[in-house]
Write a protein that binds this ligand. Structure first.
Ligand SMILES: [Zn+2]
Length: 160
């Protein structure tokens, strides 16, 4: 099968299928190819667009899409990964232990950490174990005032 895009004398474009290029020529010569819009038999090929038919009934040799390589799969979103040695596994377990110990035995003061740490340092409140959050600026100021504090160990899989 071959598909032609045809145009009549009035400029109507239409598509038609023919058994072969010869079949089109014969039908056109006998004025059997007519415009579906106006019925004119004065038609000619506009753009030749031969296509292999995928119809199995007509014994088409190949599927048009056969042999095409499938598109590669979209790359998955990258995630941070690490291979850790047994020693690091142990260290990680200890960090987790330390973190759990700290958070269990200390009071979470959240964003008030710098204020609480300062009060303790200057003797305004009783010394106790606290933990919370400090911005890099807060941390710098506390360090400059000679207030000792430690960052809580963060485990790799707990980072947001
Ligand atoms: Zn026409």
């Amino acid at each position: 099968m071959i598909r032609y895009t045809l145009a009549c004398e009035k400029g109507h474009a239409f598509e038609s299928w023919f058994a072969s290029a010869d079949a089109y020529d014969k039908q056109a010569k006998r004025k059997l190819v007519t415009c579906p819009h106006c019925g004119s038999a004065k038609v000619e090929k506009a753009i030749m667009a031969p296509r292999l038919s995928t119809s199995k009934k007509r014994g088409a040799p190949i599927e048009a899409t056969a042999g095409e390589t499938p598109p590669p799969p979209a790359p998955a979103q990258a995630a941070p990964v690490a291979m850790i040695s047994p020693q690091e596994r142990e260290l990680r377990a200890k960090l987790k232990e330390l973190r759990e110990h700290l958070t269990k035995n200390a009071e979470n003061v959240g964003a008030k950490f710098p204020e609480q740490a300062r009060k303790m340092h200057y003797g305004e409140v009783e010394h106790r174990s606290i933990y919370g959050e400090a911005t890099p600026d807060d941390a710098k100021a506390l360090a400059e005032e000679g207030i000792e504090f430690h960052p809580l160990p963060v485990l790799p899989d707990e980072r947001n």
